[in-house]
Write a protein that binds this ligand. Structure first.
Ligand code: KG4
Ligand code: ZN
Length: 345
């Protein structure tokens, strides 16, 4: 694994604002169907282990109770693997996703993280999953610097933030209904593809014509986004007699999503004057989106590698590490939250 240098400007001794050494941080992520653990230190990512639950495939969506149980079964071995790969026995601190996500699933990782930290006698912090995604491009080299426009586009969230500084995130645009990833998953289902559908649509779209079908680009109030109407339009189209090929449907749908995201990001750039754009979340793994944003003039785009777009724990370790360095601590009372907006940290 390549060791990235996100904090090369960091001082030799990474001390928190309270003077505590925060070198290597173990991150734990269990908010949905990935059981993940990773270690991030001053020099970057030391390990990043992701186990994707397969039990949900036959249900074509994540079954919350099964997710919690599968996390409980797998988490200890995933954590052990992450520590081993990082070459450490004990981290200097532990960070775990505290929300938003499936409440039972979050609780598994959060409780385990708190127990480990208490057993090791090291600090603990609960991390907002969205902050993990938003700051994940910072794990790469080169890394974006504040202020930047953060497009977070995942299965549960689609929001554009003005990330002014660490912990200070203003929402500029958000979906008023489905998340973009949710639309990918629902359209995939209409086309008879397995869950999660995003990667399958991506593969089909590469063989299709993005201009074959003129799907709508639904508008929402203000600068917001909407994907529910688009999903319905694709379903209605696919169910009509003699529709176009699945490749062309996938490509045209994907193009409509990218078009909306591109339009809203460029509005955000115009509104703020900030030209650094950092893209994160599962849909940021999409090939069409990656090439569309990389081709835009006038902005500098930061995209994590595909494996760090979808859920992982190095992003949780990284956001947690920054929180710990800023002096944040979560005690045994740190609770899990199913809803937790990033502008209300
Ligand atoms: O960030 P993530 O792993 O989990 C959430 O926090 O939601 O995102 C998962 C979402 C799913 O909806 C999945 O279909 C979508 O990301 N996704 C993709 C691709 N890879 C994953 N969507 C489009 N193209 C992809 N290549
Ligand atoms: Zn996520």
């Amino acid at each position: 694994m390549s060791r990235t240098q996100p904090n090369s400007k960091e001082k030799e001794q990474p001390l928190s604002s309270t003077g505590q050494l925060i070198g290597n941080v173990l991150g734990i992520e269990t908010s949905c169907d990935e059981t993940a653990a990773g270690v991030v230190g001053a020099g970057g990512v030391l390990s990043d282990i992701v186990h994707t639950q397969t039990i949900h495939e036959k249900y074509r969506g994540v079954v919350p109770e099964l997710a919690s149980r599968a996390h409980a079964e797998k988490l200890a071995s995933v954590v052990a693997e992450a520590l081993e790969e990082a070459g450490i026995e004990r981290p200097d601190a532990v960070a775990a996703t505290a929300g938003p996500g499936l409440i039972g699933a979050v609780l598994v990782g959060l409780s385990f993280g708190k127990a480990l930290a208490s057993g090791w006698g090291v600090p603990f912090v609960g991390v907002n999953h969205l902050e993990g995604h938003l700051l994940s491009p910072m794990l790469e080299d080169p890394a974006p610097e504040f202020p930047f426009i953060g497009l977070l586009v995942s299965g549960g969230h689609t929001t554009i933030y003005h990330a002014c500084s660490f912990g200070n995130y203003e929402v500029l645009s958000t979906t008023v209904d489905d998340a973009a990833g949710e639309a990918f998953d629902k359209v995939a289902r209409v086309l008879g593809l397995p869950y999660p559908g995003g990667p399958h649509i991506d593969r089909l779209a590469a063989k299709g014509d993005p201009e074959a079908i003129g799907f709508p680009r639904p508008r929402a109030k203000g600068d917001n986004m909407s994907f529910s109407g688009l999903k319905t339009a694709v379903r209605n189209y696919a169910l009509k007699p003699n529709p176009d090929t699945h490749e062309n449907i996938a490509a045209s749908f994907q193009e409509a999503v990218i078009d909306v995201l591109r339009d809203r990001v460029m509005r955000a750039v115009k509104k703020t004057g900030v030209t650094t754009v950092a893209i994160s979340g599962g849909v940021a793994a999409n090939s069409g989106l990656r090439s569309a944003f990389s081709a835009l003039d006038g902005i500098t785009v930061f995209l994590p590698p595909r494996s760090r777009c979808t859920d992982n724990a190095s992003m949780i370790a990284h956001a947690g590490r920054l929180r710990l360095l800023a002096g944040d601590r979560g005690g045994p009372e740190t609770g899990s939250r199913s809803n937790w907006q990033l502008d209300k940290l």
